[in-house]
Design a protein around this ligand. Sequence first.
Ligand code: NAP
Ligand code: F7E
Length: 338
Amino acid sequence: MKKKVLITGIMGQDGAYLAKFLLSKKYKVYGAYRRNSNYENNRLRRLGIEDKIELIDLEINEFTSVNYVINKIKPDEIYNLAAMSFVASSFDQPLYTINTNFFALINILEVMKNSKKKISLYQASTSEMFGNSTKKSINENTNFDPASPYGISKVGSHYLVRLYRKAYNLDCCSGILFNHESPLRGEEFVTKKIIRQLCEILNNKRKIMYLGNIYAKRDWGFAPDYVEAMWKMLQIKNKDDFIIGTGKCYSIKEFINKTCKYLKINIKWTGKGINEKCINLNSNKAIIKISKKFYRPLDVNHLKSNPLKAKKILNWAAKTNLSAIIKKMCDDQISSFN
Ligand code: NAP
Ligand code: F7E
């Protein structure tokens, strides 16, 4: 019989890639979504899997809804990916963020605790839990120091999963994933924003883009590589938490330089701080300026993973480097204009 899986946040970047991956592993995929969303840019359709998934309307913050859906499907595995995932917005909507990212998980864990069937759970933890850790590279033993309501909501969830694993012997784990990007990345995240807006500038659809802190560094991987790591975590017998990343990090400015190189836009940087600008050498005009609007009340300046444990125990390592990710995202963006 086919294994059954329930994915919350199925309409998001990771939900879509994970669904595609699990279909290739012959799972019966149930996708939980919220009915009132706008699905113009339906990622499941973009991956050609929309018709292969059973979509289920689920209110993750309503215990009765979560209880009903899980007991009806009786999944073998649950991947809890639904979240208010945009760190900047979490400063404006702290309560909503904590409701979605923390309290909803209690509903799932409580249903699992009372279920006769053994269900395995994957929880989407994040490098944001480490905040401005002073460690040069982060592993599973690094202390948490979250720097946003988003980070705090995810630390809480991370500890909930550990608690239910230890106290009730539930088969659950958390993947501590560093930033991962793809052509399906949400428009608000910095990689997608940079690529979209630079492609628009190249195609004379836009004159200028505004960014915030371009000196923050991130460990960027490729989302399809990372969903495989999620699945691998649920296949091991003794559940544990794993860091998933590339082990390399780059600043936003370096990301821009690499993207401009791929798009063949000749640039130079001038000025400092809020007056820093990126000039297009062909037109001699500024194409990037800094705006305070995109600064966060508190930012995470440096994130680099040490994914050794995942390599040793899961035999998982990131396959796609940053230049390859930029190429895929730029090619997809350019083709969307045609
Ligand atoms: P995403 O594209 O923003 O997708 C999140 C999904 O959650 C969306 O489908 C969204 O629904 C859904 N959602 C948001 N609020 C909800 C609510 N109140 N009720 C039900 N569903 C809700 O995020 P992602 O990049 O795929 O990330 C997946 C998970 O991994 C998230 O938990 C994120 O926090 C975590 N994570 C991501 C990264 C990363 O770099 N991508 C790294 C570490 C951890 P709509 O489609 O209706 O908006
Ligand atoms: O910001 C800086 C910004 O929004 C990256 C989520 O998937 O990964 C993601 O969170 C950096 C930050 O991602 C702009 O200040 C500068 O330092 O792309 P981002 P994030 O905050 O790292 C983690 C692992 C998650 O778990 C999250 O769910 O870029 N930055 N200028 C900017 N960021 C944005 N969005 N827009 C700017 O204009």
